[in-house]
Design a protein around this ligand. Structure first.
Ligand code: GLA
Length: 350
């Protein structure tokens, strides 16, 4: 039996999930596949990198296996000790491209163990196990978006998540003659993870200065209490949440062009107010301006991918020149692909 969990892209709502805000991701048709069997020791095998890590007892490895180990430990917190497994992973999901390969690893692991041991965990619970693994064991204090998207998405829908209540709703995704594309910048700046946690701390500090319990209660009036980075971070969060709601309205009203503008607005807010973009990504977005409906950096930032909303012919007209100029400037061959929505984690037969 095989299991697979998808990566995700986030249409809009970036750096809002850990601030009690709104996000609108969907699972994409690129997956981490897992073949799993019970064993007398732990084996973590990656077919893509031909890497194998074997352990008798679970401990931190400082490798990708930590995502899986973290999940096993979270499950053991709930049900007690479980038997070891052999895990064999393969994937067509680019790693480090801001498409949540780590959440897909966590979710597919939790889902498969739940299925084999008949633990009866709901998909929400599986998502939260992945999220806890990442926060408690791997050490990235991420929000819930990626694991929820990988676990709960449905084909042809976006998943609206309210990170405050953890309620979620499927929003039909009909893009008319537009498509979503991913352009992988090919860079992932090292400071990404540390800056992510720094942003979280800055937001907590901003909330303290404002004197409110949750960002959900923060309004434009509160901005007058803030300055410098605290003002900028908070302004981004307020406006990005509004953009998520406006994007949902636009989807419901078939106004896809408007979504393109929200993507550009989101990008410039992430660049100037939240300060999580980088030179290479900004180069790509700039070149796409006035050529496609919308584009923005996706995920945690400091590299990774650009999400593009565009008609097919308009995208084709711009991508070759962009590839050429990017290569000339950064000596990196840009990769790009169209992304389609997909179901969340599932089991399948070979
Ligand atoms: C990473 C995290 C998510 C979210 C995004 C930024 O992908 O895992 O929880 O915070 O960054 O929106």
């Amino acid at each position: 039996m095989m299991y697979r969990a998808p990566g995700r892209i986030n249409i809009i709502g970036e750096h809002t999930d850990y601030n009690d805000g709104f996000v609108l991701p969907f699972a994409i048709n690129k997956y981490i596949d897992l073949e799993i069997e019970k064993s007398d020791k732990y084996l973590f095998h990656s077919k893509n990198s031909n890497q194998e890590i074997s352990l008798n007892t679970l401990k931190k490895t400082d490798t990708w296996a930590d995502y899986i180990i973290g999940v096993i430990l979270e499950i053991e917190k709930k049900v007690g000790k479980i038997s070891p497994f052999n895990f064999r992973f393969s994937s067509d999901l680019p790693i480090g491209a801001g498409l949540s390969s780590s959440a897909a690893l966590e979710v597919v692991t939790a889902y498969a163990i739940n299925d084999i041991l008949k633990l009866n965990f709901s998909l929400e619970k599986i998502a939260l196990i992945g999220w806890n693994a990442e926060n408690n064991f791997v050490g990235l204090n991420c929000g819930i978006m990626d694991q929820f998207a990988s676990a709960l998405s449905k084909e042809n829908h976006a998943l609206f998540i309210d990170a405050y209540t953890k309620k979620h709703e499927l929003i039909p995704l009909n893009l008319k003659e537009y498509n979503f594309y991913i352009i992988n910048s090919g860079v992932k700046h090292e400071l990404g993870n540390s800056e992510y946690n720094i942003r979280r701390n800055q937001c907590e500090k901003a909330l303290k200065i404002i004197g409110k319990e949750s960002f959900r209660e923060v309004t434009n009036d509160d901005l007058s209490k803030l300055d410098g980075i605290y003002y900028k971070r908070t302004k981004h969060i307020i406006e990005e949440n509004e953009r998520v709601l406006k994007t949902i309205d636009a989807l419901k009203n078939d106004n896809i062009e408007a979504i393109g503008n929200y993507l550009f607005e989101s990008h410039y807010s992430l660049k100037n107010l939240y300060e999580v973009s980088c030179e290479e990504i900004d180069f790509i977005v700039k070149k796409l301006e006035n050529k496609v409906a919308g584009a923005r950096i996706v995920g945690g930032g400091f590299g990774g991918s650009v999400l593009v909303l565009s008609k097919e012919d308009e995208f084709k007209n711009v991508i070759n020149n962009l590839k050429y100029e990017y290569n000339k400037k950064y000596s990196i061959e840009l990769e790009y692909f169209e992304v389609k929505s997909s179901n969340g984690v599932e089991k399948y037969e070979i």
